[in-house]
Design a binder for this molecule. Structure first.
Ligand SMILES: Cc1ncc(COP(=O)(O)O)c(C=O)c1O
Length: 378
């Protein structure tokens, strides 16, 4: 059986967790949380990174910091994970869905401006598969219309756009360290903050509405409740796990990239024969992180048969996402602006193949042989 995903384990995780236990501090913001935040700041160049309990929570924090309210509108793709919308809808905003580009599956930047109304507050580009959205255009639109940009970079750690790390280009960036992501802590995430004016409020929101972060730094002699907040800081145990992964981040990246390249090369003949489509990495400054390898079948029927065939042969291949505008909550809390030319059609065709740290060449060759067999016998 070749599963769809295996959480990365690179060595060092158990030692770090034991070290955290021995230090008598397993709640948040201890040694490992600080090391992780510093690593993110150094490796992305962001002004401030706050480790969070998930990417969903990092996005919720961004919505709180932007004071998103009932009646506001937030522009995003419908082809995304529910959290992109949840964070804003929880604050009473309407999700305004815009169609995607069929090449990258990212929001079509040329359609955003038309979706802007006098209620629009923010744009949320999602860097699908760790491949950058067209950020120059998106940032220009945001500037022109005085909107904020929250990058859903859940899948984007170690990817860049024109030399800048994903998550650092918009006002806020949100990473995920869920077990399916390149670097993991089980459940977890990070909020990246570009403008220092938001840092103090972000620390307060993350610490139950208190100024405890300032107190721990010795900047005040007691802490108190200063604003509404929540609890968005992860345990040191999770941070200890993540830090082991950060220390081997390049090894994980190289390993995944090798698998990605191998899939791409060995599946290219099927693409050239017109059976499938392969991921597109736009030229002009998009460096991806091998987060995901997907192929596109002809249509939903062919995809369903392919996933079934792979499953029968012990291969875990999956599809996603059910477009949010067609989901019950999406119908209630959002609307699709313009034509759905690609969102439904392309999401119906997409199949994700197994890709994780430690996937062996032999396993990739087996997956490819089965995909080929499916198309030969079709
Ligand atoms: C695009 C996108 N946004 C947000 C999330 C949510 O991340 P988390 O599980 O860390 O909350 C995910 C998780 O898979 C995702 O793929």
């Amino acid at each position: 059986m070749i599963p769809f995903n295996k959480p990365p384990v690179v060595g060092g995780e158990e030692e770090n967790i034991r070290d955290a236990i021995r230090s008598n501090k397993i709640c948040g913001d201890g040694k490992y949380t600080k090391l992780c935040s510093k690593w993110i700041e150094e490796h992305t160049g962001t002004r401030k990174a706050l480790l969070t309990t998930s990417c969903t929570h990092a996005t919720e924090m961004a919505a709180l910091l932007l004071d998103i309210k009932e009646g506001d509108e937030v522009i995003m793709p419908s082809f995304t994970f529910v959290s992109t919308a949840d964070a804003f809808v929880l604050r009473g905003a309407k999700a305004v869905f815009v169609d995607i580009r069929p090449d990258t599956m990212n929001i079509d930047e040329t359609l955003i401006e038309d979706a802007i109304t006098d209620r629009t507050r923010a744009i949320v580009p999602v860097h699908y598969a760790g491949v950058a959205c067209e950020m120059d255009t998106i940032m220009d639109i945001a500037k022109k219309h005085d909107l904020k940009v929250v990058e859903d970079a859940a899948q984007g750690i170690m990817s860049t756009y024109k030399g800048r790390a994903l998550g650092t280009i918009g006002d806020f960036g949100c990473f995920s360290f869920h077990e399916t992501k390149n670097l993991s802590m089980g459940e977890g995430g990070a909020l990246l903050i570009r403008d220092s004016k938001f840092i103090e409020n972000a620390e307060i929101i993350r610490e139950k509405g208190t100024n405890r972060s300032k107190f721990f730094r010795g900047e005040i002699d007691k802490y108190t409740w200063v604003a509404p907040g929540s609890s968005y800081l992860p345990s040191e145990l999770n941070a200890a796990y993540l830090y082991a992964q950060f220390e081997k981040a390049q090894k994980i990246y190289d390993d995944r990239m090798r698998s990605w390249d191998m899939y791409y090369e060995l599946l290219s003949p099927l693409k050239d024969e017109g059976h499938i489509e392969l991921p597109v990495i736009p030229k002009g400054g998009c460096i991806h992180n091998a987060h995901m390898f997907y192929i596109k079948a002809k249509d939903l029927e062919e995809r369903t048969k392919l996933i079934k065939f792979l499953k029968e042969n012990g291969i875990g291949a999956v599809f996603h996402y059910v477009p949010l505008h067609s989901a019950p909550a999406g119908m209630n809390c959002g609307r699709f602006h313009g034509q759905d030319n690609y969102t439904t059609r392309e999401s119906n065709r997409l199949v994700r193949l197994p890709l994780y740290y430690g996937l062996k060449d032999k396993e990739i060759e087996y997956v490819i042989s089965k995909v080929k067999e499916f198309y030969i016998n079709k």
